[in-house]
Design a protein around this ligand. Structure first.
Ligand SMILES: Cc1cc2nc3c(=O)[nH]c(=O)nc-3n(C[C@H](O)[C@H](O)[C@H](O)COP(=O)(O)OP(=O)(O)OC[C@H]3O[C@@H](n4cnc5c(N)ncnc54)[C@H](O)[C@@H]3O)c2cc1C
Length: 358
């Protein structure tokens, strides 16, 4: 039976970073992943990581933006720790070998991200997550004397002792189907999110919330399960992300009338308002257009009026859900859009009222 001081279940960015920190203290570590670690969903993170590293910035400002961006529902203690430690962590990752973007002066360069009062996002082109993951994986390989990697092992349940403490987990070796109990003095769950509960989603097919369910089954309380962030820009219907970096670098969002509609919802921050504000504005635009069109005509076409070089958001209804696409203006065509009465109108209107009072 494999035994470790620390068993990390999950080998995305969270799990690999935790395993590395444990290994650096000299204890025996096991890290488990149902896919090859560098295929974990953290690969999808494109845009970058926020940290208050620049002169004139402060972790308090970063923390305030984060708390405000969570509609004051985020865990403020956790946010404070994250924002205080982020600058040091970025430098640490850079020293480990993550090739963060540098500006013309050769210093670590930033881009603006939604909801941030300053440009404080550190990034590696549009592959930030992938770049960090490969560097962490290399670092773990350096500790191969104390870190055992269990790649393509599926955790099926957590093991508790008689006092209710977690002392290991049951694993299925995906390659040969065998089941084994792993024993550990400490178990860290880093199995990622449950994005596949939602549709559409930018989360990979493997984001099925396994660890959340396993912890729940052995009595762990869960909180805020309904809190899910919708990214404002994806390919319609598919959930492929169009990185927030696009808006950070200056892309505009236009509605079907060619209007830069964020002027109505967040006149100061515009497209760089926090994600929920932008997503809600898009939803309101979809609903306003669909409901008014439905009242006059069951079918309409996208208007031809378009201005210069900004991308275009078009709306399509897939089942009962609206989806949007942002395309460069040169590729924008005007396909017929089928409009329906909007089932979300009431909910969106109230959400918008809340938003505009902030
Ligand atoms: C499209 C997209 C873009 C994003 N962009 C950014 C960004 O620019 N900046 C940013 O900060 N954040 C971004 N995020 C969020 C960020 O990617 C995630 O919060 C982060 O990667 C989560 O890391 P994780 O290690 O917790 O989970 P994951 O990377 O999902 O890793 C989970 C691990 O658990 C393992 N696992 C799960 N279940 C089991 C099981 N039953 N048995 C064994 N192993 C299991 C998996 O194999 C995997 O190794 C983005 C998210 C998405 C969806």
């Amino acid at each position: 039976m494999p035994r470790h001081d620390v068993l990390v279940i999950g080998a995305g960015l969270a799990g690999q970073r935790a395993a590395l920190a444990a290994a650096e203290t000299g204890v025996s570590v096991g890290i488990v992943s149902k896919v090859h670690p560098v295929r974990s969903h953290s690969n999808a993170a494109q845009g970058g990581i926020n940290a208050a590293l620049q002169e004139g910035d402060s972790w308090e400002s970063h923390a305030f933006d984060t708390i405000k961006g969570s509609d004051y529902l985020g865990d403020q203690d956790a946010i404070s720790i994250m924002c205080r430690e982020a600058p040091e962590e970025i430098l640490h990752l850079e020293h480990l070998g993550v090739p963060f973007h540098r500006n013309e002066e050769g210093k670590l360069g930033t881009r603006a991200f939604g909801g941030a009062s300053q440009a404080r996002t550190y990034y590696v082109a549009d592959i930030t997550g992938q770049a960090i993951m490969h560097v962490l994986y290399e670092q773990l390989m350096k500790h191969s004397d104390s870190v055992s990697r269990y790649e393509e092992y599926f955790t099926t349940s957590l093991a508790l002792d008689d006092s209710g403490s977690c002392v290991g987990a049951v694993m299925r070796n995906i390659r040969d189907g065998s089941m084994e109990l792993f024993e550990a003095k400490n178990v860290i769950l880093a199995t990622g999110g449950n994005g596949q509960v939602w549709q559409p989603t930018t989360n990979a097919l493997i984001c099925t919330g396994d660890g959340i369910a396993q912890a729940y089954r052995v009595g762990a309380p869960l909180m805020d399960m309904e809190m899910i962030q919708y990214h404002p820009t994806t390919l319609a219907g598919k959930g492929f992300l169009i990185t927030e970096g696009a808006r950070g670098e200056g892309a505009h969002l236009l509605n079907a009338e060619g209007e830069r509609f964020m002027e109505k919802y967040a006149p100061n921050k515009m497209e760089l308002a926090s994600r929920d504000v932008v997503s809600r504005a898009e939803q309101t635009e979809h609903c306003a257009r669909s409901c008014s069109s439905a009242a006059t005509s069951p079918v309409s076409t996208s208007p031809a009026s378009r201005s210069t070089s900004s991308p275009v958001t078009t709306t399509r209804w897939v089942g009962s859900r609206p989806t949007s696409t942002v395309r460069p203006r040169s590729q924008a065509s005007t396909p017929p859009v089928r409009q329906r009465a909007c089932p979300f109108m009431a909910a969106t209107a109230s959400a918008q009222t809340r938003c505009s009072t902030r």
